[in-house]
Design a protein around this ligand. Structure first.
Ligand code: PMP
Length: 321
């Protein structure tokens, strides 16, 4: 579907996946005016499929659009596009545990104009692909690399938006994590390089020794939909959840003194993944006693709701019959 200044959205169409062409002067190639979302469709009872909180993806997409000076995609247009594609692709969702259909809505500027100003043409598009379980050999705790050199987001910057440029800026830190034998990078804040923010593609939670949860506050991190779901699930069970700044220094001290029981990461791809080890320029440390009962319980509940095994008391599922 295309957007043109003065005309708005027009010419929606469903096409078989194939390359499309854009002009070498297309503004997205030069100024990265581009945003996206990531969501999953799961097989439910019979032949129906479900989406998990797609309204939240639509909402976040439009917050990203505002930040990148792009037109909003009305929520009903966003949801209809996603649902039509999932409906067409439903036979690609095998339903075996762990597999699902990954759905990628995205929008990019497409005006052939080499000048720094917002584009007058945009394209909104949705593609999908079947994906297997994030943990191929069973869930194993992740090792994290704390990036003390590179940061991902500054206050007033685009950290809260899901735009390609944020991920381009994070690649060198993720490469450093891989070179140091870690699965994911942890970013600290850009002003002081002190406060924990989030991972390359996940938000982070700390389980303290009194059983409460702590997660880093919104403002420069991505507004994770899994993060919000974990907060709601934990609170519904009477677990205290704080959204507060947490320094890397405090993290190291709490890990050393045994005040930290568990650390876990969460996001659409892995749902909830326990963290076993943390490495950084100055050394490494492990978390708790290697057990993660809190993360596992929350994971079972969330995966259970997504796959229709646990009652959806929060009204999070949208079923496509
Ligand atoms: N932070 C970043 C940087 C991410 O890319 C993602 C994945 N979208 C997340 C957090 C988790 O967000 P969600 O739970 O909505 O997938």
């Amino acid at each position: 579907i295309e957007w043109t200044e003065g005309r708005g959205w027009h010419d929606a169409q469903v096409r078989a996946r194939a390359p499309f062409s854009i002009d070498p002067a297309s503004s997205v190639l030069h100024y990265a005016q581009e945003i996206f979302e990531g969501m999953k469709a799961y097989r439910a009872e019979g032949n129906s499929v479900t989406l998990f909180r797609p309204d939240q993806n639509a909402r976040r997409f439009n917050l990203s659009a505002q930040r990148l000076a792009m037109p909003e995609v009305p929520e009903e247009v966003f949801l209809e596009a996603v649902e039509r594609l999932v409906d067409i692709d439903r036979d690609w969702i095998p339903g075996a545990d762990g597999s699902s259909l990954y759905v990628r809505p995205f929008m990019f500027a497409n005006e052939n104009f080499l000048g720094v100003r917002s584009s007058r043409n945009f394209v909104f598009c949705v593609i999908a692909s079947p994906v297997g379980n994030y943990f191929k050999g069973g869930a194993k705790p992740l090792a994290l690399w704390v990036s003390t050199e590179y940061t991902r987001a500054a206050r007033g910057g685009t950290g809260e938006a899901k735009c390609g440029g944020n991920y381009a800026a994070s690649l060198v830190a993720q490469m450093e994590a891989t070179e140091n034998g870690c699965d994911q990078v942890v970013f600290l804040d850009s002003a002081e390089h002190r406060w924990v923010e989030e991972l390359g593609g996940m938000n982070i939670f700390f389980v303290m020794d009194d059983g409460s949860l702590l997660t880093t506050p919104l403002g420069t991190i991505l507004r994770g939909i899994t993060r919000d779901s974990v907060i709601q699930l934990a609170k519904a069970q009477g677990i205290d959840v704080k959204e507060a700044p947490y320094s890397f220094e405090q993290w190291q001290a709490d890990a050393a003194s045994g005040k930290l029981r568990e650390v876990f990461a969460c996001g659409t791809a892995a749902v909830i993944a326990p963290i076993g080890e943390v490495r950084h320029r100055g050394g490494s440390f492990t978390i708790g006693n290697g057990q993660s009962p809190v993360a596992e319980k929350l994971r079972d509940q969330l995966v259970g709701i997504q796959r229709g095994r646990v009652a959806d008391t929060h009204g999070w599922l949208r079923t496509i019959k």
